[in-house]
Design a protein around this ligand. Structure first.
Ligand SMILES: Cc1cc2nc3c(=O)[nH]c(=O)nc-3n(C[C@H](O)[C@H](O)[C@H](O)COP(=O)(O)OP(=O)(O)OC[C@H]3O[C@@H](n4cnc5c(N)ncnc54)[C@H](O)[C@@H]3O)c2cc1C
Ligand SMILES: NC(=O)c1ccc[n+]([C@@H]2O[C@H](COP(=O)([O-])OP(=O)(O)OC[C@H]3O[C@@H](n4cnc5c(N)ncnc54)[C@H](OP(=O)(O)O)[C@@H]3O)[C@@H](O)[C@H]2O)c1
Length: 482
């Protein structure tokens, strides 16, 4: 039996009856819904998966700004976490569905407008992620030795626009601002022995820069306390086991935690226990490992950056305001700055205080303060046949599993709207392809991406790594056209 779990069984049987009667269940069915998805990250692919699974003849076209698919799975997930990238197999399976097509190298909002897409498709889903970052707006923030963690991540992952970022590692101390998982990712990449990174898909260019790095100490600074950190247990444990590296955790920060441990709900409890144990009673194995370490990472709390201090062309440190934590709910306490200050000396600053969404088309409503497209259950506020999923709709938080759940939910909402006749069935892909052709856009299909993929893995093989990413869009397009 054909299984369509997300819409009711009666809905399924109606579709099957209709499609049998009209003999319309093939992928050339022009009276079947045809959905356009903008962005090929997890949100785009999981929304597509749900739509294809939930409707027997619906078609999906995925438009992606880059010639290559997979969004942050390719350009965000750390190179030393290859297992996370296995989701690419599921996305590839979705792309191989005969009712799904991928069109890379198409920037929506520039090469084609959202209005044009709406005119020719039954519905448009915006799942283009959040590719800007939050700023601190403090003096010195624009100094070239202050990097956004987003750009640094793009640099080591080979994102074309960041691949040749100026990364200055001629300092012994880097300060990372923020206590999220991205902060731990960038700290780990700065401290991991280069020979271990060399076996990953990190780009050769960044590997060479990291090989010459003088950084021996990374200080991760958060504005709140150990009970409010945003990173998670697996990532913290990995830091405590990093070869040749020891944590520097100040006892005073953890002393009081014992009292509240029993009342903390999971998984925060396990995370706090790990922090507490690493600071106050590390295992013998860990102590042994840390004794011989020549690099170190340090966690600092209750400090808000107020100025990046510079001299000539260099950074000399970051000045912080010391914070009090206020509020009765200990997990949601606010950081309130006092007049007391502290300076941490360093030569490099990585700002890791979160990503931010941005508008891509003036015709689409956008909440610039929150950095999201306003929506209810994925339906864009005040619009018909326009939806959003993933980080652009929910904000830049959540791991791939959260984004998957969101993509599935939005897919279900859309299936309901199709079923209830809310959407006008339109399927005019050719009109969009004609426009793109007129505008001189070289569209990259999924099979062309597979040519790029093969090229990268073959190059990687020669270097003893899973792949060496092509970082030039021009070269990607040349390889795709072969
Ligand atoms: C540094 C980092 C590391 C992470 N590591 C992990 C991890 O280890 N494990 C985990 O579970 N989660 C991880 N996450 C979270 C995970 O990456 C996100 O949950 C997920 O990628 C969000 O999916 P998305 O599709 O909304 O956005 P994205 O993945 O950003 O996808 C958006 C896509 O839209 C495309 N796009 C943008 N603008 C346009 C346009 N105008 N036209 C067409 N296409 C466009 C982009 O190129 C991109 O391909 C990490 C996040 C970051 C930032
Ligand atoms: N391995 C993984 O699974 C992995 C890896 C990377 C990313 N991710 C996920 O991707 C998402 C994004 O991660 P992220 O680290 O970018 O964001 P995040 O989890 O939201 O963390 C942002 C950090 O920046 C701090 N911050 C925000 N504004 C600040 C300000 N003005 N001044 C000082 N500090 C400020 C936050 O502190 P406050 O709490 O005080 O606001 C928080 O510590 C998260 O869901 C994360 O779990 C997962």
């Amino acid at each position: 039996m054909l299984l369509i779990p997300c819409v009711g069984r009666c809905l399924l049987s109606r579709w099957v009856r209709v499609s049998r009667r009209r003999r319309l269940s093939t992928c050339t069915d022009s009276s079947a819904p045809h959905v356009c998805i903008v962005g090929s990250g997890p949100a785009g692919f999981y929304t597509a998966q749900q739509l294809l699974k939930g409707h027997p003849s619906l078609r999906v076209d995925i438009f992606e700004r880059l010639p290559v698919p997979f969004g942050l799975v390719r350009y965000g997930v750390a190179p030393d976490h290859p297992e996370v990238k296995n989701v690419i197999n599921t996305f590839t399976q979705t792309s191989k569905n005969e009712r799904c097509s991928f069109f890379g190298n198409v920037t929506v909002g520039r090469d084609i407008s959202v209005q044009e897409l709406k005119r020719h498709y039954t519905a448009v889903v915006l799942s283009y992620g959040a590719d800007d970052d939050r700023k601190l707006r403090i003096p010195g923030e624009d100094h070239p030795h202050v990097l956004s963690a987003r750009n640094f991540v793009g640099w080591y992952n080979g994102l074309p626009e960041d691949a040749y970022l100026n990364v200055h590692l001629d300092t012994d101390t880097a300060v990372v601002l923020g206590h999220g998982n991205v902060a731990l990712d960038v700290a780990r990449i700065l401290l991991t022995p280069v020979d271990l990174l060399a076996k990953t898909d990190i780009t050769q260019h960044s590997l060479e820069v990291l090989r010459g790095s003088r950084v021996r100490r990374v200080v991760l600074v958060g504005r709140r306390g150990p009970l409010q950190v945003a990173f998670t247990i697996k990532e913290l444990r990995e830091m405590t086991k990093l070869p040749g590296t020891r944590p520097l955790l100040h006892h005073a920060d953890y002393d009081g935690l014992q009292k509240v441990l029993d009342d903390i709900p999971r998984p925060r409890k396990r995370l706090t226990e790990l922090l507490y144990k690493a600071a106050l009673s590390p295992s013998e194995d860990d102590t042994k490992l840390w004794k011989t370490a020549d690099r170190e990472w340090e966690l600092r709390f209750r400090l808000s950056p107020i100025e990046v201090l510079t001299r000539a062309h260099k950074i000399t440190g970051v000045k912080f305001a010391v914070n009090n934590l206020e509020g009765d709910d200990i997990f949601n306490q606010r950081a309130v700055m006092t007049s007391e200050t502290e300076t941490i000396e360093c030569g490099l600053v990585l700002r890791s205080i979160g990503y931010k969404g941005r508008p891509i088309d003036p015709a689409v409503p956008f909440d610039t303060r929150a950095g999201i497209i306003p929506n209810r259950e994925g339906r864009v506020t005040g619009e018909t046949c326009l939806y959003c999923s993933g980080w652009v709709g929910r904000g830049p938080v959540g791991v791939i599993n959260n984004t998957m759940a969101d993509g599935f939910e939005v897919g279900k909402t859309m299936l309901k709207d199709i079923q209830s006749g809310l959407l006008t069935i339109k399927s005019q892909r050719q009109a969009i392809m004609d426009l793109l052709k007129q505008r001189g856009i070289q569209v990259v299909k999924f099979k062309d991406w597979e040519t790029i993929d093969k090229y990268e893995t073959q190059l990687g093989e020669k270097l003893g790594k899973p792949r060496e990413k092509e970082t030039s869009v021009e070269n990607m397009l040349r390889i795709a056209a072969q």
